[in-house]
Design a protein around this ligand. Sequence first.
Ligand code: NAP
Length: 297
Amino acid sequence: MLIVLAGATGDLGHRIGLALLGRGAAVRALVRPGTNKPTLSELRARGAAIVEVDFHDEAALRLACEGAACVVSALSGLREVIVDAQTRLLGAAVAAGVPRFIPSDFSIDYTKLPVGSNRNLDLRREFGQWLDQAPIQATSVLNGMFMDLLTGQAPVILFKIRRVLYWGSADQPLDFTTIADTATFTAAAALDPTTPRYLRVAGEVATVRDLQAAATAATGRRFGRLRAGGLWLLRLMIRVARRLAPAPGEVFPPWQGMQYLHNMFTGLPKLKPLDNDRYPDLRWTKVREVLATRPKQ
Ligand SMILES: NC(=O)c1ccc[n+]([C@@H]2O[C@H](COP(=O)([O-])OP(=O)(O)OC[C@H]3O[C@@H](n4cnc5c(N)ncnc54)[C@H](OP(=O)(O)O)[C@@H]3O)[C@@H](O)[C@H]2O)c1
């Protein structure tokens, strides 16, 4: 089965490519002209075909999609990528007669969120409207937050002061999945012609109390909790951060990460039901395992 993969130079994308190859698929990775990222050499060495394509050129994209059983997008960006480039890729997939499309969603369940509560997820919802109208079978993979972010990038587990920072309730269940597990699941879904519109997975569903226990177990040092306030306070902080440092061209400015956390702590985008058992050969990595990989400070 041939899978066309856009975003193969990226963190998630190259892992999807490797997972597809590991499952015996043929992979055609679409990359921007002149790209020479180290992630490509491994894909090339493992047998992926690397095709340079101008993502503004619909005819070239159509040619690049020909013969594929599924187009998978792991592109990352703002409107010009998530709406514009993906819409051209979708048009090309339809024109080439590709039966299935997996968009670059990989998030909490944005279908349950009010419009305007998360800029990046609003773009996915907007593209999803085009996708739903297109004559192609669409499947979005929703995975919560990348668990890997808990080792430092997401300011939730504060290792220096040994606290788990949160707003709202310490008992709110939150969804986390590693980038690697998301990639493996996506590869399996790309090769599965029977997938529904949405697939929802979470390597671990954890409350703040669970994160506290995982951090304590992983480091051998006791972690406490730090409640910064109610969700109204986080909403106010987002407004202030957005006003002071709007960074309109950045995909993940600090206020966007805060929007994501706010969404998660409301419980609205909680993934359910979970499709974790859909491919029985997959094993889901736990928060404690990920935290244990963090170098000791
Ligand atoms: N759930 C979560 O917690 C979470 C966290 C992070 C990311 N994500 C999601 O995961 C997905 C993949 O993210 P990632 O972290 O793997 O991204 P990444 O490492 O930044 O990779 C982005 C990919 O998109 C390509 N790209 C960007 N702009 C493009 C354009 N204009 N035309 C063509 N290709 C373009 C890049 O190509 P070049 O190499 O040529 O630049 C690269 O292959 C995204 O949907 C992202 O939002 C989810």
